[in-house]
Design a protein around this ligand. Structure first.
Ligand SMILES: [Mg+2]
Length: 124
């Protein structure tokens, strides 16, 4: 299915981000090695979760609106790291980041239309 949706904010598309991200990729066997970016994705997702856990545990903060600005900025950076590894994984699988995003939007829209958003299972 051709991609016609453009996710452009601030004049920057997902595919533009993807190309820039790939330009900074440096790991063994790029293009035939999904292990490195998959492990990196898990690690960076863990960094996001750990920062949120510590804000909750150490400062009793549950709502991100209550986070200090420096913590919000630190989480923004970690989310960027997650995005970078998502882009690298997509590349290894032969997909653009935009294809991944559009596919996810379509999957969720289909689930919403069928009333299965709150169900379980990957293929519902
Ligand atoms: Mg990080």
């Amino acid at each position: 299915m051709p991609l016609s949706i453009s996710y452009s904010t601030l004049g920057f598309t997902l595919n533009q981000y993807h190309q820039k991200a790939l330009g900074t990729a440096s790991y063994p066997s790029i293009g035939s090695n999904i292990i490195y970016p998959a492990l990196g994705l898990a690690g960076e997702a863990g960094e996001v979760a750990d920062k949120i856990k510590k804000l909750w545990r150490n400062k009793g903060l549950f709502n991100p609106k209550d986070y200090p600005e420096e913590d919000r900025l630190a989480l923004k950076k970690e989310l960027g790291d997650v995005l970078w590894y998502v882009a690298a994984c997509a590349n290894e699988l032969g997909y653009s980041l935009e294809e991944v995003a559009v596919g996810n939007n379509e999957k969720l829209a289909d689930r919403a239309a069928r009333g299965t958003i709150k169900s379980e299972g990957d293929d519902r």
